[in-house]
Each structure stands twice: as structure tokens, then as C-alpha cells.
Design a protein around this ligand. Structure first.
Ligand SMILES: [Zn+2]
Length: 305
């Protein structure tokens, strides 16, 4: 089948799909506005060219095309998922969700495994993509994989500056997306909770000299830990307790400045892991967000750059 997509200069920008009648279910409600001419069927849609490009690439070439061009990017997967959902192409939607799980994992092990995808240097994800992710995942059935991915997406949205959370973020095609009020409320509440969680994790890690300390005669882990606790206390309000801030601190404690012994470092590492696990579990407990559909995160159509 051939699908030709043409961009029309109109407001809001629309695409014209030219379809071969032979391959289209003309009874489909989506086709009610299609016009027929000598070239086949013509259908005007408001989906962006970027969204269509990735859906069609996957339809024609499968997911392999993404790997061949560049690392798999969030915005391309989100585009294809958005349209696959809209046009009920479930096989593609499910495959997109499988790939998107790397960005928004449902287990803490996977969260750690895919840390580099979310790192500032990542070419596949930029922090403000979290807004688009929340809106996309909220539009999908909450009982499916999207529901399990939402807590991680909310967490990443809560890492954004308040101004971005409130005014929204632009998709790569220029469409401005803003969170619906229930999601805004949730992200702001989460942001406050995570600041408290990060401070609590800091306290838990530095709480006393671990059993099994082997500092020996000429150094004191107690003094080193107390000093580090004080030095890092102010920075502990970062609100990203699932990030690597505490782990980086712990690694540094072995150096000349704090001179904490190996067994203590190992014990602090364990404390940090337990704190993160607790925070992760709290993020996933309670009624699943999204069981009441938000009045959709609304894509502010027509604001393309
Ligand atoms: Zn020690």
C-alpha cells in the first residue's frame, strides 16, 4: 500500500493523506470525511508530519529503521505510539510501549539499568520530554503497560523546574503540551514529597557508624561521616532521591578528605539502596494514577512553531 503525506500550509497545520482505496476500510468512521478523486482517497488530518513520519517508517520498515539511523529516541517512539493509539494499530502501539519501558521502567532494577538513557548527556531523552510522556501514558488504558510506566514518568516530570511544569513543554514538532489539572496537582505534590524523601535518605545514610567498621587506630569513620553529613546536608534538598547524588557522595567518602573505611562504605551503599527501594515502592503504591482519565493532557493544537 502507498500512503502519501502532504503538508498543507493552514492553521492549524494539517497533513493530507493520499490512500489507495483498495486497502482502506471505507466504512471506518475515521474515513467519513475522506474525499475521492482520480488519485484515490484524500483525508485531512491534524496530526503532525513528525508523528506521521515515524508511524509510517515503522509500518514500512519495522523498528529496525530506528536503530539504523540513530539511537532510539523518546520523541520518535512517542510520535508513533500516539498515532498508533489514535488509529488503533495495536501491534505498533504495543511495540512502542515495550521500547518506551526503558525510559519509564516499572522496576527499580530496570530504572538503574537504563540510567544513562535519562542522563543529561542522553541523546534519546531530554528532561522536558517527561511532560509529553505523562500526557501520552495518561491517554492509554491505565491497567496496561502504560499504567505501570506512569509513576516513573511522574517522577521525571517532578524533576522539572516549576515554570516548565506549569507552562508545559513543546514536542519536537512544535506542539505545546500542557498537563491537565489533576496531573499538575499530582506532580506538584510529588515534587514536595521528593524533597522530603531526599533529605530523609541523606539522614538514613549518615546515621551512625555502621557495625563492622574497620577504621583501625589512625582514622575515625565517625569523624569522617559526621563531617560529610554536615558538608552535604544543604545539598540534600535536591528532590531527586532516585538519582545518583547520594551514591556519588558515598564513593567520594573513601578519599583523603573523609577517609571512611571500606566496610563502612559498603554499609552506606546498602543503606542508600534500601532508602531508594522504599521511595520507589512508595511511588508505586496506592491507587494507580490514571484510573480516572484526566481531561486529557491537552495538546494545544495550532501552536506549532
Ligand atoms: Zn569504618
Amino acid at each position: 500500500m502507498t500512503v502519501i503525506v502532504e503538508r498543507k500550509r493552514s492553521r492549524p497545520p494539517t497533513q493530507v493523506l493520499r490512500l489507495e482505496e483498495l486497502y482502506v476500510d471505507i466504512e471506518d468512521p475515521m474515513m467519513k470525511d475522506a474525499r475521492r478523486d482520480e488519485n484515490g482517497l484524500e483525508l485531512h488530518v491534524t496530526d503532525s508530519a513528525h508523528d506521521f513520519k515515524h508511524l509510517l517508517h515503522i509500518l514500512y520498515d519495522g523498528f529496525e529503521y530506528m536503530k539504523s539511523v540513530k539511537p532510539m529516541e523518546f520523541c520518535d517512539l512517542a510520535s508513533a505510539a500516539r498515532l498508533a493509539h489514535k488509529y488503533s494499530i495495536f501491534s505498533i502501539l504495543n511495540q512502542c510501549l515495550e521500547h518506551l519501558e526503558a525510559f519509564f521502567p516499572s522496576t527499580i532494577d530496570d530504572w538503574d539499568k537504563h540510567e544513562s538513557l535519562r542522563a543529561p548527556s542522553s541523546r534519546s531523552f531530554s528532561p522536558q520530554n517527561a511532560i509529553e510522556a505523562v500526557i501520552l501514558l495518561r491517554s492509554l488504558p491505565p491497567t496496561g503497560p502504560a499504567g505501570a510506566m506512569l509513576p516513573a514518568a511522574y517522577y521525571l516530570a517532578a524533576q522539572l523546574p516549576s515554570i516548565v511544569i506549569s507552562t508545559g513543554a513543546r514536542r519536537v514538532d512544535g506542539t505545546l503540551e500542557t498537563l491537565a489539572q489533576p496531573d499538575l496537582d499530582h506532580v506538584y505534590a510529588l515534587q514536595k514529597e521528593l524533597v522530603v524523601d531526599a533529605v530523609d535518605a541523606h539522614s538514613a545514610v549518615y546515621k551512625g557508624v555502621p557495625e563492622g567498621c574497620k577504621a583501625g587506630l589512625f582514622r575515625s569513620c565517625r569523624a569522617g561521616l559526621e563531617r560529610a553529613e554536615k558538608d552535604f546536608r544543604r545539598a540534600a534538598v535536591h528532590g531527586d532521591p532516585l538519582g545518583d547524588a547520594l551514591r556519588l557522595e558515598i564513593v567520594g567518602l573513601a578519599g583523603d578528605k573523609y577517609r571512611v573505611c571500606g566496610p563502612c562504605i559498603a554499609a552506606l551503599w546498602k543503606r542508600e539502596g534500601e532508602s531508594r527501594k522504599k521511595i520507589w515502592d512508595k511511588l508505586h503504591e496506592g491507587p494507580r494514577r490514571g484510573e480516572q482519565p484526566a481531561d486529557s493532557g491537552k495538546a494545544a493544537g495550532g501552536k506549532a512553531k
